[in-house]
Design a protein around this ligand. Structure first.
Ligand SMILES: *Cc1c(COP(=O)(O)O)cnc(C)c1O
Length: 417
């Protein structure tokens, strides 16, 4: 299984100083202190290549897409569709028509819950999610179940934050119509065994949505090999702008789904008697899209590819291992989420200090962390903590920044004890 290989670590595979020079924000200092940005699971910073490409489009090439038969519009349409092709190549989709642009993972999941749900979910049907989902992969299914009289089932996790697969097996039945789980948990970093989850769901005839918000920037994805029906991502978590993201959907599944938002660009023919819909992906892209964001996303994908996702995974695994050791040495610091198969996310809880105080105190040293429930309250409930502090690493982070993190944590414990 490809997932087992993610434990390979290599500190030297990335020239981190060279990479950092591409990210203007990382060279900033505040009160003379360098910025230590460790909130990459919430959003990532952008390389100048992405910023400059969008600026060039806005200042020299801007036009609308899919409408005007004049130069600017034709070029904008070509660049926009090239962005779609880059996403299809990144996810190894069979065709770029299977890529729908949305504002991000939240909208992608809502699209599927609304559209697939409206057409296929009946009273008594069951939808399976897991305990460690983002609210974006919980609430839309919950609402769908309430509206359609369907039942939401939840895969439990063990104390390491790994899905208990025997329990998943027990939840599956001919009533299961949809299984929706994340590839990597944003709150704990767990990498879920999605191949097995997908295969077993298909055996009972269910469709599968994988929330890939955290996985797309960290590892190679192949939606054809995974055989998932839907896969989501967010641009702003993969070095691209906010406001853009997307949904992969198998064409045969998308073709049977009604539109989610209606209006211009998603129709085949409109009369007051009847409107017929365009084919996917246009059917799901009503209205004028975020054009320069798509072009920025394409540039971000080029940037990721120029480093290589295998190298990114190896280097980030190194950071995870290094940071884990540092945190394990601190008395009174408990790592929440200790799965064998993990991405570069370190959630922790200090006996002596509330996560919000940890974040405020370390911010004084310009170390940027996230404290809270990470839009995953059921995960916090499962581990009996009100919140955690989270450090999430990217390929532009350095081990010295994790040394600074550990030092900051020790200082916080001292201040509060
Ligand atoms: C961030 C995140 C989301 C929500 O993504 P948006 O970009 O805010 O729509 C959903 N699931 C996971 C696992 C995430 O990390």
């Amino acid at each position: 299984m490809p997932e087992a290989q993610t434990a390979v670590t290599d500190e030297t595979i990335i020239d981190v100083d060279k990479i950092r020079a591409d990210f203007p924000i990382l060279s900033q200092t505040f009160n003379g202190k360098p910025l230590v940005y460790l909130d990459n699971a919430a959003t990532t910073q952008k390389p100048r290549q992405v910023i400059e490409r969008m600026q060039r489009f806005e200042s020299e090439e801007y036009g609308t897409v899919r409408r005007g038969a004049y130069k600017l519009s034709e070029k904008a349409t070509r660049l926009y569709e090239e962005g779609r092709q880059k996403v299809a190549d990144l996810l190894r989709a069979g065709s770029k028509s299977e890529i729908i642009f949305t504002s991000g993972t939240t909208q992608s999941i809502n699209l599927v819950a609304y559209s697939f749900g409206k057409r296929f979910i009946q009273p008594g049907d069951e939808i399976i999610i897991s305990t460690i989902e983002h609210h974006a992969n919980t609430v839309p299914w919950q609402i769908l179940c309430e509206e359609r009289g369907a039942v939401l089932k939840v895969i439990p996790v063990n104390d390491d934050g790994e899905l208990i697969m025997e329990e998943y097996d027990k939840l599956l039945s001919s009533k299961t119509k949809m299984v929706a789980v994340n590839h990597i948990s944003n709150a704990l970093g767990t990498i879920n065994p999605v191949e097995e989850i997908i295969e077993k769901a298909h055996q009972v005839g269910a469709k599968v949505l994988i929330d890939g918000a955290q996985s797309t920037p960290h590892m190679k994805i192949n939606v054809q090999a995974l055989d998932c029906d839907f896969y989501t991502f967010s641009g702003h978590k993969m070095y691209a702008p906010s406001g853009i993201g997307g949904l992969f959907g198998k064409m045969e599944v998308l073709e049977d789904m009604p539109p989610y938002v209606t209006g211009g660009d998603m129709i085949a023919k409109v009369t007051f008697e009847k409107t017929t819909y365009a084919k996917p992906p246009q059917r799901f892209e009503a209205g004028t899209p975020p054009i320069s964001q798509v072009i920025g996303l394409g540039e971000a994908i080029d940037y990721i590819n120029s480093i290589g996702l295998d190298s990114i995974a190896r280097y980030e695994n190194f950071l995870l291992e290094y940071g884990t050791k540092l945190l394990e040495e601190i008395d009174g610091c408990r790592i929440i989420g200790t799965a064998k198969n993990k991405a570069s996310i370190l959630s922790f809880y200090l006996d002596a200090v509330h996560p919000h105080d940890v974040v405020t105190l370390l911010d004084e040293d310009c170390i940027e962390l996230r404290g809270g429930h990470h839009c995953a309250q059921p995960t916090m409930q499962r581990f009996n903590v009100p919140a955690t502090t989270r450090a999430s690493m990217s390929f532009y982070n350095k081990k010295e920044e994790l040394d600074a993190l550990a030092e900051g944590i020790r200082r916080a414990i001292q201040v509060f004890s």
